[in-house]
Design a protein around this ligand. Structure first.
Ligand SMILES: Nc1ncnc2c1ncn2[C@@H]1O[C@H](COP(=O)(O)OP(=O)(O)O)[C@@H](O)[C@H]1O
Ligand SMILES: O=P(O)(O)O[C@H]1O[C@H](CO)[C@@H](O[C@H]2O[C@H](CO)[C@@H](O)[C@H](O)[C@H]2O)[C@H](O)[C@H]1O
Length: 442
């Protein structure tokens, strides 16, 4: 079988990030079998390396494959393999297969301590890490969670959610690392981390192996409601949302406190931040030319940071209402991977908490613009005020800093919308125009 069905499977998937680019399969590395020989299906994760002709870029994507002998396989075969233990096998996407779900869960359940469970069999290894989940058992009913974009999540009964990362970044995954710290330090504003799976496999140089976090399991939050949907519903119903916005501000402040205490902190010169934001604007304006008329006013906003010193720390990085869940036990914050358009190095770097505050303010503005009910703008302004007052930033006077971060976020959003939801681009563009036109020339 040629590599084509597998490549088609990857490039057609919702989680494939290289849409619109011509892609080729440049490597496929199987990790270890997750079930003993003789148990069908045979299940394993495989790391596909995807290249783009004419470019040196490449990405790694994680696949979960369920194999059976050809005459016993059903469903769309996307790959095949021949193996001394199993013979010739045909493989289908395993993300719909409860046996494959159970095999992944087993990797974490078999880990007796956070330091790992499996010994490398050869040049590849899979290690399960476990922090909790004593109530989880093998064989729980499972199903794929629908309606998400970037990864694949699997629900285990009403107890746990396993997020299988699709585009794999080498090194520690920020979502795992942050949940690990917030769980160990007892944060009540995130879902508790139960465990995670780490893998390694040989790189092109046989002396250097690649390693990455491949999946994480957290408690499934009961009766969780998407924060964005909740806010929109309340706005449409004409309900005041300020008490919730205030509580969300407090929840974020608590998370920031723990992140400050448990990850490196530093300071950064405001002029340097301005230079970074101006550079991002240059790149953004090339991708979204509708930003050009506002460039001068935006630069004035950024340049007003010169002369300040900002404290930086680990933050969420892409905070908005869609990254929050409202539950009967308060607000929970999810998905600590940062802005998808940034590199891992950029997303790992300490940043100002104003980045997350700006994200929240933009999100209330989005809600109002998306649902232009009567007095929506007043609703958003009241929520923004309540959110900031719930957060209680020690320097509430730093309005110019906040404005710069809001502008930086809105510019990012213009590019995001131009690429993903062109019908929405006016929402952030209106905010960009308002900020650019507010600033008087120096
Ligand atoms: N602990 C949880 N409990 C309940 N639902 C969750 C939990 N974590 C995530 N979800 C749901 O899964 C969706 C996707 O989660 P997220 O971490 O944002 O994944 P992705 O990186 O694929 O966007 C969320 O929008 C939320 O609806
Ligand atoms: O949730 P993701 O990590 O995929 O975040 C990306 O998509 C978001 C849209 O779903 C985008 O957020 C923007 O739209 C939200 C409403 O849908 C709004 O609340 C946010 O304020 C706005 O930024 C996010 O920026 C992007 O990274």
């Amino acid at each position: 079988m040629s590599g084509e069905p597998l490549l088609d499977h990857i490039t057609a998937a919702r989680w494939f990030g290289g849409k619109g680019r011509s892609a080729e399969l440049i490597g496929l590395t199987p990790l270890g079998w997750l079930r003993p020989p003789g148990q069908w299906p045979a299940v394993r994760q495989e790391i596909a390396a995807i290249g783009y002709p004419g470019s040196t870029d490449h990405d790694f994507y994680q696949l979960l494959i369920s194999y059976r002998p050809h005459d016993q396989q059903s469903g769309a075969v996307i790959t095949e393999t021949t193996d001394a233990e199993h013979g010739v096998l045909a493989g289908v996407d395993g993300t719909d297969d409860p046996a494959a779900h159970d095999a992944l869960l087993g990797l974490v359940l078999d880990a007796s301590s956070p330091t790992g469970s499996k010994t490398p069999a050869d040049a590849t290894s899979l290690v399960g890490h476990r922090l909790g989940g004593d109530h989880l058992t093998p064989g729980l009913p499972s199903r794929v969670f629908g309606g998400e974009q970037s990864n694949t999540s699997i629900l285990f009964a009403h107890l746990a959610i396993l997020k299988m990362f699709r585009r794999i970044e080498l090194g520690r995954n920020l979502d795992v690392e942050t949940h690990d710290v917030l769980t160990r330090t007892g944060s009540d504003a995130v879902a508790r981390l139960i465990g995670w799976i780490e893998g390694s496999w040989p790189g092109p140089d046989p002396n250097v192996s690649f390693g990455a976090d491949l999946a994480m399991i957290t408690e499934l939050l009961p009766e969780a409601r998407d924060g964005w949907e909740y806010a929109l519903a309340e706005l449409r119903a004409g309900q005041d949302f300020t008490a919730e916005a205030h509580r969300l501000g407090r929840a974020l402040a608590g998370v920031h406190d723990l992140l400050r205490q448990n990850f490196p902190t530093s300071t950064i010169d405001g002029g340097e931040v301005a230079a970074i934001m101006n550079d991002r604007l240059d790149v953004a304006a090339r991708a979204a030319p509708q930003l050009a008329p506002y460039a001068e006013g935006l630069r004035r906003t950024f340049d007003s940071l010169a002369g300040r010193t900002l404290e930086v720390q680990r933050v969420h990085g892409d905070f908005h209402l869609g990254q929050t869940l409202h539950t009967p036990r308060g607000w929970k914050i999810i998905d600590f991977e940062g802005e998808p358009a940034k590199t891992l190095a950029e997303r790992s770097r300490p940043d100002s908490v104003w980045r997350d505050l700006a994200g929240a303010l933009r999100s209330f503005d989005y809600a109002a613009a998306h649902s232009p009910a009567g007095r929506a703008a007043d609703w958003a302004a009241a929520c923004q005020q309540a959110f900031l007052s719930g957060y209680e930033h020690p320097d509430p006077e730093a309005v110019d800093v906040l404005r710069a971060y809001v502008a930086d976020k809105a510019i990012y959003e213009v590019v995001y919308e131009a690429r993903n939801r062109p019908d929405w681009v006016e929402i952030p563009l209106t905010a960009v125009a308002a900020i650019a036109n507010t600033e008087e020339p120096a």
